[in-house]
Design a protein around this ligand. Structure first.
Ligand code: UT7
Length: 325
């Protein structure tokens, strides 16, 4: 029986300076602000500058999270970074972040579960901390999806954006108290039968190219709400938390309609839902920590609050996490 909990010590985010609006996109492909807002809720997204790579975004988010935690890079002994848009095929983007922070001890590696990546990375770090293997972890979601978009395909290029977010987790002896802080539960799922519904049409071992993102949007949409709500019901069943007792729902930010339908099906009140998709678009593995950082920075999420995270994406992969802040 584990007697350690992974407690959130700090949160940080980074968004590239350049924003691309729906009006800008309407100059590039046959689309409109009306269509994008109505179908997705997205108004603008950030795009990395020429030469600005995923590890640059991640490093900025990591520094912000460390500052928020009041910790130094040397306090960190584990970095788990979720991305599907690494700087290079290898080494892992996480080791670039590790080097950028000047950390030479512990371990750093990437996790790839597309839009569910942050929940998978969080669960991975939580299990390493609970097992006693490491003491303090940076869990990062960082993406430059702008680099894998086909900018002539209006069905995908309007949906995604770039960014990074990070959490600092610390292993703390558990007290057994009902209201003790930390990660309460995580639930991860995958079903590879759906791998061709959302994928990149290139890769090292297949085409030796990077490829572009391809998605059967309507098909992904059809599965999303059911998968999301199933894995949240698992989190509720494991902890006794309910839609009424939780304080904040911080979902993956893919589409406002999916977020609203999921919250509605679960009976989660609209005022408990953190939404950033309007300003960030879908930033894949970065979307949840970006949303967490925004609700933490503006004082919505407070110590003691119960926060529900959820994501669903390519694979399909999906997962949930409940955290007492
Ligand atoms: O984060 C990973 C998970 N990904 C997701 O969660 C994405 C899930 N899917 C979605 O969010 C939605 O399916 C989309 C936003 C991608 C699309 O919304 P939709 O309501 O499913 O639209 P649709 O694909 O059924 O397309 C409706 C129409 C089509 O025209 P016709 O065939 O009805 O004449 C499309 O060609 O809208 C057209 N269309 C566009 N029109 C203007 C597709 N993209 C655009 C566009 N601008 N950008």
């Amino acid at each position: 029986m584990s007697m350690i909990r992974s407690v959130v010590r700090g949160v940080g985010a980074y968004l590239p300076a350049h924003t691309l609006t729906n009006a800008d996109l309407a100059q590039m492909v046959d689309t409109s602000d009306d269509w994008i807002v109505q179908r997705t809720g997205i108004r603008e997204r950030h795009i990395a500058a020429e030469g600005e790579v995923t590890s640059d975004l991640a490093l900025n988010a990591a520094r912000a999270a460390l500052a928020d935690a009041g910790l130094e890079p040397g306090d960190i002994d584990l970095i788990v970074l979720a991305t599907s848009t690494p700087d290079n095929t290898f080494p892992a983007t996480a080791v670039s972040v590790q080097a950028g922070l000047g950390i030479t001890h512990g371990a750093a590696f990437d996790v790839q579960a597309v839009c569910s990546g942050f929940v998978f990375a969080l669960a991975t770090a939580d299990n390493f901390l609970k097992s006693g293997s490491f003491k303090r972890a940076l869990v990062i979601g960082a993406e430059t999806f702008s680099r894998i978009l086909d900018w002539s395909d209006r069905t995908t290029c309007v949906l995604f954006g770039d960014g990074a977010g990070a959490l600092v987790l610390e292993a703390v002896p558990a007290t057994g108290a009902a209201d003790e802080p930390g990660i309460m539960t995580t639930h991860l799922r995958s079903d590879g039968r759906h791998k061709n519904k959302l994928y990149v049409d290139g890769g090292v071992s297949s085409t030796k190219t990077t490829g572009f993102l391809r998605m059967e949007g309507r098909e992904v949409f059809r599965y999303a709400v059911g998968m999301i709500t199933d894995v949240i019901e698992d989190a509720f069943a494991a902890t006794g938390v309910t839609a009424q007792s939780l304080d904040w729902f911080v979902p993956h930010q893919a589409n406002r309609r999916i977020i609203d339908a999921s919250a509605n099906k679960l009976g989660i009140a609209a005022e408990k839902v953190v939404v950033t998709v309007d300003h960030h678009g879908n930033t894949s593995a970065a979307s949840i920590p970006l949303a967490l950082a925004s609700a933490h920075a503006d004082g919505r999420i407070k110590r003691g609050d119960i926060v529900l995270l959820e994501a669903m994406g390519g694979g399909f992969t999906w997962g949930s996490a409940l955290i007492r802040w």
